[in-house]
Design a binder for this molecule. Structure first.
Ligand code: ASP
Length: 360
């Protein structure tokens, strides 16, 4: 996947040095599209002509440049190599910009936001992911507001000139979420995202109202520390009543498998059949890390409440507490990518790396 060199969207507009600088990285997705009036198909726009599609951007008090993935991706095709490309783009441009806006398809945005939150350690600048449900080139688009507000958030500074939100976030229709806490909940509503287990970092109406005490600020002066490697020998296994022994054993028997996100019921409950518990126990003994994530959107996994959860603990399964499936599977990939052992990963999974988990 190639990335075009930066296109300066203000090529003919003088840069105003006193204004903040934001880099817009268009990876693909609906937001960067227009509808072909003849075929009705959605086609990507050329981001070097972003101003002609969104003339409102002339009035935003920000200097911005754009970089676009070539070709732009439907986010269903997102993968760890492309996450690493994004990290490269952000790190290579880190000193030149006050903040970054990543335009991304909504379908896998929560995974990418989680990935960037782990891969960009010591992040001290905003990285705001956004997208839209309707292309930016159609009349009722939600994309313009999402784009313009994301740029404002990426550029926002506090009274002493520090970035308001030095985190990887998702901005969508009036709410700014921590990226690794967000989930796509609707393929229809403009308010497509939510963050069931962590409050929004800002609400946007007439004003932007920041939830200062929920925003992470790094306390040290450390340099940004990028990570590029992800392990991919992981699987998400969603339970349902009637799932067969054959299915469970086939998945857990994948020879290269290192990590499993087991999507269980309620507070982390699953069947207590011997064949199931034995299969889990044997997998853990073979070095596989099994994380228990609830199929419920909100709340935390607590395996001590019911016998059904208790048995999972005894089999060596680790409760993922209040992490989302997206944040958990990508955290496993991240830790596997850094070469940690099974026991190290089991410990690190329950530590807070980038605000993805509520550690009591
Ligand atoms: N399928 C699209 C994508 O995720 C949907 C969107 O852009 O919202 O790339």
């Amino acid at each position: 996947m190639l990335i075009n060199p930066a296109h300066n969207a203000f090529a003919s507009t003088p840069i105003k040095p006193e204004l903040p600088h934001v880099l817009i990285i268009y990876t693909g997705g609906t937001i960067g599209m227009v509808q072909n009036p003849h075929t009705g198909a959605h086609e990507p726009i050329d981001f070097s002509h972003l101003l002609s599609h969104v003339p409102e951007l002339q009035s935003v008090s920000v200097n911005f440049n754009t970089i676009q993935f070539n070709p732009p991706l439907d986010s269903a095709n997102m993968n760890p190599t492309l996450w690493a490309n994004m990290v490269h783009v952000i790190v290579d441009n880190y000193d030149k910009y006050d903040g970054f806006v990543v335009l991304h398809g909504t379908d896998t945005m929560a995974y990418t936001a989680s990935a960037l939150s782990y891969m960009l350690q010591n992040l001290a600048k905003p990285v705001i992911l956004t997208g839209s449900q309707l292309p930016i080139g159609v009349l009722r688009t939600d994309g313009k507001e999402n784009l313009i507000t994301s740029i404002e958030i990426a550029a926002a500074k506090d009274r002493i000139g520090m970035p308001m939100v030095p985190e990887v976030c998702i901005y969508f229709q009036g709410a700014l979420f921590r990226g690794n806490r967000a989930k796509k909940l609707s393929s229809e509503e403009f308010k497509a995202f939510s963050s069931p287990n962590y409050p929004p970092l800002a609400r946007v109406g007439v004003h932007i109202t920041w939830a200062h005490h929920h925003i992470n600020h790094i306390s040290n002066e450390d340099q940004i520390k990028p990570f590029y490697k992800m392990g991919t020998d992981v699987v998400v296994l969603r339970l349902f009543p009637g799932i067969t022994q054959q299915t469970i054993e086939a998945v857990l028997g994948i020879p290269s498998l290192r990590g499993v996100v087991l999507e269980t019921y309620g507070a982390g409950n699953a069947m207590t059949y011997d064949w199931f518990l034995n299969a889990l126990h044997n997998a853990v003994k073979r070095g596989i890390i099994i994380m228990n994530v609830s199929q419920c959107l909100g709340g935390s996994v607590e395996m001590g409440i019911y016998e059904t959860g208790n048995q999972l603990s005894k089999a060596g399964v680790i409760g993922a507490m209040d992490m989302t499936t997206e944040a958990t599977v990508v955290k496993l990939m991240f830790l596997l990518g850094q070469g940690y052992s099974q026991s190290e990963i089991e410990k690190l999974m329950l530590q807070n790396i980038s605000g993805e988990i509520t550690v009591q």
